[in-house]
Design a protein around this ligand. Structure first.
Ligand code: UGA
Length: 457
């Protein structure tokens, strides 16, 4: 058990809250602070501000055992702990895509006067190379006597899998500049390293870059497989065979080769843009990352084109069942969701959409930022079951890989078809077996796989 086992976490968003709850689960005493009083109020009432599998019981247990507290009281937290994790948002700036560091800056300005005694300041937010140095400069400008050591500790959590990713990570990455900082962080992470987790130490700049390189590489892998899926459609090859054929090569690996409607979420789109910006600013444009960004944008548009190629460009009077809005299963997050991009385009083309998502319910539809794509919101209808979503529909479009959709009883559902001869299922997550769908007489179109009736161009 570490000797310094009291930590603070600034920012109780997705990364901060998961880290706080998991550290408490590992036996550390954790004080999470956030300036958002509403969020802290919810957490103190036992209500989760976000949906994340397995997180609620961990938060409840930590609070009950007295190891996890939440408040808006930054000075009190700084007094109580010797290590402070910083996990505030770094959204992409609209014009350049560069990471917006304004939240980090206000954390630095708030912390500076409180650092009379030495603290370790660990940046967990995804930040461009040089941000730890910048953070340190902000602190010293505000308070030349501030006592602190910077550490970089990027996070590799996936939404929907965050708790297990934190507790059983492939590695923990720590950027440090002194032997003391290394020893201190070894101690903080002892509960994980004692269970066999690999802890990698680098300098701070490398740690900052590794986070972007990891997300950039994974996003590139997905952009690559999505292009291959479209090529399979054009050439009559099968993407599943292609993925098995290349994924079994240990140098390539099978992960992140599942074709879909395009990568989305709060990380890959933002981080590829930030990496692109970093490369350009350094006079070293990153043509592969830039290519992945372009390929993903093209792919999402290709998904829309595939639908209109089948149903017509003017979708007025057409009714589509939309299965899924979240950017992937296991989360209620719709940020940069390819599903939302496709929904906007279909609304713009005049379609009426009957939408079902088990987690993104109408309460969260404000977050879809539909803007001008839908003047007439009556064309966006919430359905409470798959059967309800297909009433009078002309097609089903599968956009998120929820279990609810994977386990559909097609033979039963088909009885509710408006026109059993023509009601295509357009599946951008490849959830079903084309042969089974074909044998049920369902016109089935998926990505990069020869279907019973036709394939997409
Ligand atoms: C991603 C990384 O996977 C995490 O390691 C990282 O910590 C996180 O970003 C972050 O920087 O905070 P996340 O955005 O939660 O995690 O989602 P992923 O599960 O990686 O999926 C991202 C997107 O790629 C989704 O739209 C998903 O549908 C798509 N995807 C993923 C595919 O289309 N195919 C795949 O094979 C995998």
């Amino acid at each position: 058990m570490p000797t310094e086992n009291r930590i603070g976490v600034i920012g109780t968003g997705y990364v901060g809250l998961v880290s706080a709850a998991c550290f408490a689960h590992l036996g550390l005493t954790v004080h999470g602070v956030d300036r958002d009083e509403v969020k802290i109020g919810l957490l103190n009432k036992g209500i989760m501000p976000i949906y994340e599998q397995d997180l609620a019981p961990l938060v409840a247990a930590g609070k009950q055992q007295g190891r996890l507290t939440f408040s808006t009281d930054l000075p009190r937290m700084v007094q109580e702990v010797d290590t402070i994790f910083i996990a505030v948002g770094t959204p992409a700036q609209e014009k350049t895509g560069a990471a917006d560091l304004s939240h980090l800056r206000s954390v630095a300005l708030g912390l500076a006067p409180l650092l009379q005694a030495h603290r370790y300041l660990v940046i967990k937010s995804t930040v461009p190379v040089g941000t730890s140095a910048q953070f340190s400069a902000w602190l010293s400008e505000r308070n030349p006597d501030a006592q602190f050591t910077m550490v970089s500790n990027p996070e590799f959590l996936r939404e929907g899998m965050a708790v297990s990713d934190f507790l059983q990570p492939d590695r923990v990455l720590l950027g440090v500049e002194t032997p003391e900082a290394r020893a201190h962080m070894e101690n903080v992470y002892a509960p994980l390293s004692e269970k066999g987790t690999r802890v990698l130490f680098t300098n701070i700049v490398s740690a900052e870059l590794i986070k972007y390189a990891a997300n950039g590489f994974l996003a590139t892998k997905i952009a690559f497989v999505n292009e291959m899926a479209s090529l399979c459609d054009t050439l009559g090859a099968n993407i599943e065979h292609l993925v098995a054929g290349i994924g079994t090569d240990k140098r390539i690996g099978p992960g992140y080769l599942q074709p879909g409607p395009g990568f989305g979420g709060s990380c890959f789109p933002k981080d590829t843009l930030a990496l692109q910006d970093m490369g350009r600013a350094a006079g070293m444009p990153l043509s592969i990352i830039e290519g992945a960004i372009v390929a993903n944008a093209r792919h999402k548009q290709r998904m829309v084109d595939n639908i209109t190629a089948l149903l017509g460009h003017d979708l007025r009077g057409k009714r589509l069942a939309i299965w899924g809005l979240a950017f992937k299963a296991g989360t209620d997050d719709t940020r940069e969701s390819a599903a939302v991009f496709i929904v906007k385009a279909l609304l713009k083309a005049g379609a009426t959409l009957q939408v079902i998502d088990p987690v993104v319910t109408t309460k969260k539809w404000d977050n879809l930022a539909l803007g001008e794509s839908v003047q007439d919101t009556a064309r966006l209808i919430s359905a409470d079951s798959c059967a309800a979503s297909i009433e009078n529909a002309d097609a089903i479009v599968v956009l998120t890989e929820w279990d609810l959709f994977k386990t559909v009883d097609w033979a039963a559902l088909k009885k509710g078809y408006k026109d059993s001869a023509f009601m295509p299922v357009i599946d951008f997550r490849n959830l079903y077996d084309p042969l089974t769908m074909g044998s049920l007489g369902i016109r089935y179109i998926s990505l990069g796989r020869p279907s019973s009736v036709e394939t997409l161009a």
